[in-house]
Design a protein around this ligand. Structure first.
Ligand code: OSB
Ligand code: MG
Length: 359
């Protein structure tokens, strides 16, 4: 799927999205899930090709033909395989969707959602120049996005944030470093503390909790963790250590909706605000993200933008749109509440495989 504009982070630039759409058929009901892993192993070791391997070699065979009541039963069947959270999440999502369609309730309801609209936010990649970034951010603000996140890296940080604050003094603004700094560069993070940012996402390494705890003690701006919290266990450790004050919950990163809801529940009981992160999903993964974001503790704007922020033509109907109040509506239909347009999916498909009970 060609992206409407290239997406650049501290680790590289993407022009298109190679994603894996999983469907499961159960008692005549079809459900969909998405594995939005990246093309390169820079956000996670789990790339599209690695996920495909894990799905086809181990995970789909472990699920095909098995008796499940619903999404709740899937993690136990996949647990023997370590890692490959994005691949696991896609299968689990598809079963949740099939279950919700069968019960004819929105996925949101099945998960315990309470909102009919979720707050949108836009994640803006690194641009060719600061002037260009100001233009791009200005366009999103004009479109009505109520919160802007910009990617930062060494050489694209303080001057960028300073300029954005001059141009847009009032907008809710945050930054995401995708782990591009380490504690020896903490002066930059401390300098960012002066700009009234909503939060600073993942400044340090993907496997660090200790240095994040150290910097959080020195600044007022909340640290938000993404890469460093791939599971409920990691979130527990982060909260205990004081490594952050906000958690980004990504269904794919944590291996599915069961784990995502558990993280939501823990954060709610600890009084820690959360929001739903994204991975440039198509409408399938976006519908899952929207359903999750309808739970009560997702009180901060999510990385859930309208379909047209990512793709010229989404593979679902209706596409997700931004409401005038800066929200995205939670679909009311059964399951994901959007329909996959097969003709568009097939046009974008480069490879597919079918798994049946008994191989
Ligand atoms: O770090 O949040 C991230 C996209 C791909 C991989 C990692 C990240 C992102 C984003 C985009 O920031 C969020 C979105 O889908 O809108
Ligand atoms: Mg992030």
């Amino acid at each position: 799927m060609e992206l409407t504009s290239p997406f650049e982070t501290s680790f590289g630039r993407e022009h298109e999205k190679r994603t894996i759409i999983v469907s499961v058929e159960a008692d005549g009901e079809v459900g969909y899930g998405e594995c939005p892993a990246g093309d390169t192993p820079f956000y996670s070791y789990e790339t599209t090709d690695i996920s495909w391997y894990a799905l086809t070699r181990y995970l789909a065979p472990a699920l095909a033909g098995r008796e499940v009541k619903g999404g709740m039963d899937v993690p136990a069947l996949l647990r023997r395989v370590r890692g490959y959270n994005m691949a696991k999440a896609a299968l689990e999502e598809a079963v949740w969707d099939a279950q919700a369609r069968r019960e004819n309730v929105p996925l949101s309801r099945l998960l315990g959602g309470v909102k009919d609209r979720v707050e949108s936010g836009v994640s803006v990649g690194i641009q060719e120049s600061i002037d260009e970034l100001v233009k791009v951010v200005g366009r999103y603000v004009e479109e009505g996005y109520p919160r802007v996140k910009v990617k930062i890296k060494p050489s694209w940080d303080l001057t960028v944030v300073h300029r954005l604050r001059v141009e847009f003094p009032e907008i809710p603004l945050m930054v995401d470093a995708n782990g591009a700094y380490d504690i020896s560069q903490k002066a930059v993070i401390k300098a960012l503390d002066r700009y009234g940012l909503m939060m600073i996402e993942q400044p340090f390494g993907y496997d660090d909790l200790v240095d994040h705890a150290a910097i959080q003690k020195e600044i007022r701006t909340p640290i938000c963790l993404d890469e460093s919290v791939p599971s409920l266990g990691a979130v527990r450790a982060a909260l205990k250590l004081g490594s952050c004050r906000v958690i980004n919950v990504k269904v794919s990163r944590v291996g599915g909706l069961c784990e995502a809801v558990r993280i939501h529940d823990l954060c709610m009981s600890e009084g820690v605000p959360t929001w739903v992160g994204g991975m440039l999903e198509t409408g399938v993964g976006r519908a899952v993200n929207v359903a999750l974001a309808s739970l009560p503790n997702f009180t901060l704007p999510n990385d859930i933008s309208a379909s047209n922020r990512y793709y010229h033509e989404d593979i679902v109907e209706p596409p997700f749109e931004l409401n005038s109040d800066g929200t995205i509506s939670v679909p009311r239909g059964g399951g994901l509440g959007v329909e996959v347009v097969w003709e568009r999916l097939e046009r974008a498909t480069v490879r597919s495989r079918v798994f049946k009970a008994g191989g």
